[in-house]
Design a protein around this ligand. Structure first.
Ligand code: E4P
Length: 228
């Protein structure tokens, strides 16, 4: 499974990329607007840090989306263009794909929409799981159905589980076979954490210090020498 960070913040991307398990970034207009930084600049900086950066169009008509899509794709080869799940969006996908531009269809909330996305030849489909949970529906059930449809039809479009709110969302999406999980930085950090890891490490270090107090330097001589 690939991990993407769902953020408009370049520093978060830098910090996550340094840990060696980050594959890409998803942005959206809300996330980029929060940062108050010219969005092209932010996208370009992110492209230096990871292999895939999703940038979204804000036009709602096909013509406008096509123009913005070209502009975004021209920024850097790592850019994937996000297009909303609308009929105008589909006209834009047809044109942009003809020019070899990779598309992520965003704001997907039903298996029927996901089926259309794959038929249109999009690179990624982004079902928003958390937003369904937010209105009392089962986001994971949507993912389950999309995975079933895509596997039955052998579609190549990759499933990008989006709008994830907590680590269990990531684990469930992995179990169902989503190719990508995109998550806020907070959720990414939470994946690393477990109280027993912290407790275990503290105990190891305490025991080590106790032994050192009695035995002196307990590292093998050559390691101790190298550490000096
Ligand atoms: C993904 O591409 C979207 O930007 C994102 O996952 C939306 O998440 P939200 O529902 O937390 O805003």
């Amino acid at each position: 499974m690939k991990f993407f960070l769902d953020t408009g913040n370049v520093e978060e991307v830098r910090r996550a990329a340094a840990l060696g398990v980050l594959d890409g970034v998803t942005t959206n207009p809300t996330l980029l607007a929060k940062e108050g930084k010219p969005f092209r600049e932010a996208l370009l900086e992110m492209c230096q840090l990871v292999d895939i950066v999703n940038g979204e169009v804000v036009a709602t008509d096909a013509e406008g989306m096509i123009a913005e899509g070209h502009e975004l794709a021209a920024l850097h080869p790592n850019i994937v263009v996000k297009i909303p799940m609308t009929t105008e969006g589909f006209k834009a996908i047809k044109a942009l794909r003809q020019d070899g531009i990779r598309i992520n269809v965003t704001l997907v909330f039903s298996p029927a929409q996901a089926l259309l996305v794959a038929k249109a030849g999009a690179y990624f489909v982004s079902p928003f799981l958390g937003r369904l949970d937010d209105i009392g529906q089962d986001g994971m059930q949507l993912l389950r159905e999309i995975v079933a449809v895509y596997r039955a039809q052998n579609f190549k479009t990759e499933i990008l589980a989006a709008s994830l709110r907590h680590p269990m969302h990531v684990i469930e999406a992995a179990k169902l076979g989503a190719e990508i999980a995109t998550m806020p930085f907070k959720v990414f950090e939470q994946l690393f954490q477990h109280p027993l890891t912290d407790k275990g490490l503290a105990a190891f270090l305490k025991d080590w210090e106790k032994a050192r107090a009695v035995l002196g330097d307990i590292l093998p001589a050559e390691v101790a020498k190298a550490k000096k």
